[in-house]
Design a protein around this ligand. Structure first.
Ligand code: ZN
Ligand code: ZN
Length: 354
């Protein structure tokens, strides 16, 4: 019981600290402050791969293919840049939120007044009515129409207004990576079989056999074989890793489309299914905490009340549960606090709102 009290006191302190945080402005789109590291990583990777493709490896291909490959990869790159920029720049917020024009910061959620951020399709933070599938994103601090997920790579929420651009950017990026990997494999195979096929440009007539020219045909730069091979291996690994991540995400979204689910719906459904039941033989101890004793404690205001006038309850399970970090969700409808043998606390939660 002492362990539970200590853990709860810590949790309540943390909740109070969060509660005291000042009003925050909502973010408009992916360009709004603060920018995310993943966003920078995505753009840097995109430009490294484009630079290597157009500047180094496509010029090594036979002249007959050159124009076609420039056309295909160039078209894919331009299309990707356009849909990627649209997915970042479009404000996915609810119509009523956009109509307010972000004129003032969003108030802090007061758990003593409301159980949830959105109740009866009214958001207490955005102070507007929202549609059924809208969720209040904590990162963007606003309600997003047909919420799918908050994407750190775009630094923007993905919702009904920008989902198609997000999906098109996944498709175009995966197709571009496939093209680049094919080109690189062709270059490596030709280099090991017959390197002269890669040296078809007229400028190669004036250079030695271990010298290669980068950035043909406009800005030829002489370099050694090892440098080109090193760049090739690095770009191949980077492309393969990017394709692995993006391909996985693309297949996941195709699966969601087939199931007619959003990412959020899929995650919440899984969370419901995976919430473990109390194993047979373990001690279960339940007790009730009356609200007046914990007035102002945000944690307890989020506990589900069993019915009108009834007090919320916390279920403690004493058992050898796997250790996990303290996970407390302030917006969950119900949860169980589990204390393991080594005094770690695990919050098994079933989130129904963001
Ligand atoms: Zn909201
Ligand atoms: Zn968001």
């Amino acid at each position: 019981m002492d362990l539970c009290s200590q853990s709860q006191r810590g949790a309540l302190r943390e909740a109070s600290r969060k509660q005291a945080s000042p009003r925050r402005w909502s973010r408009v789109n992916g360009w709004s402050w603060p920018l995310h590291t993943f966003q920078a990583v995505a753009w840097i990777t995109l430009f490294i791969l484009a630079f290597a493709n157009f500047g180094i490896f496509v010029p090594l291909l036979p002249p007959d293919w050159n124009l076609v490959i420039y056309g295909v990869t160039g078209g894919l790159f331009c299309f990707h840049c356009v849909v990627h920029l649209l997915a970042i720049s479009i404000d996915p917020a609810e119509t009523n939120v956009r109509l307010k024009n972000y004129s003032e910061p969003v108030p802090t959620f007061d758990p003593s007044k409301h159980t949830h951020v959105i109740e009866n399709q009214y958001c207490h933070l955005c102070e507007v009515t929202v549609n059924k599938k809208a969720k209040h994103c904590r990162a963007c601090n606003k309600c997003v129409s047909d919420f799918d997920h908050h994407c750190k790579w775009l630094n923007n929420c993905v919702g009904g207004r920008n989902y198609r651009y997000f999906f098109c950017s996944l498709v175009s990026a995966s197709a571009s990576l496939l093209c680049l990997i094919t080109i690189l494999l062709y270059v490596f195979i030709q280099y090991s079989v017959n390197p002269e096929v890669l040296r078809s440009h007229p400028l190669y007539e004036d250079v030695s056999k271990d010298t290669w020219l980068l950035f043909l045909p406009l800005f030829p730069v002489k370099t050694k074989t090892l440098v080109v091979l090193g760049i090739g291996v690095f770009v191949l690994l980077l492309s393969a890793l990017s394709l692995l991540l993006l391909g996985h995400l693309l297949i996941f979204h195709l699966f969601l489309m087939f199931k007619k689910l959003s990412t959020y719906e899929y995650v919440t459904q899984n969370l419901h299914q995976k919430t473990p039941e109390v194993p047979a033989g373990r001690k279960e101890l339940s007790f009730k905490i009356s609200m007046p004793q914990v007035a102002g404690a945000p944690l307890l205001h989020h506990l589900r009340s069993p019915g009108p006038g009834a007090v919320p309850s916390v279920t403690l399970q004493l058992g050898l549960l796997k250790h996990s970090p303290l996970l407390l969700c302030w917006h969950n409808l119900r949860f169980r606090v589990c204390v393991c043998a080594r005094a770690r606390v695990r919050c098994v939660m079933q989130c129904r709102c963001v």
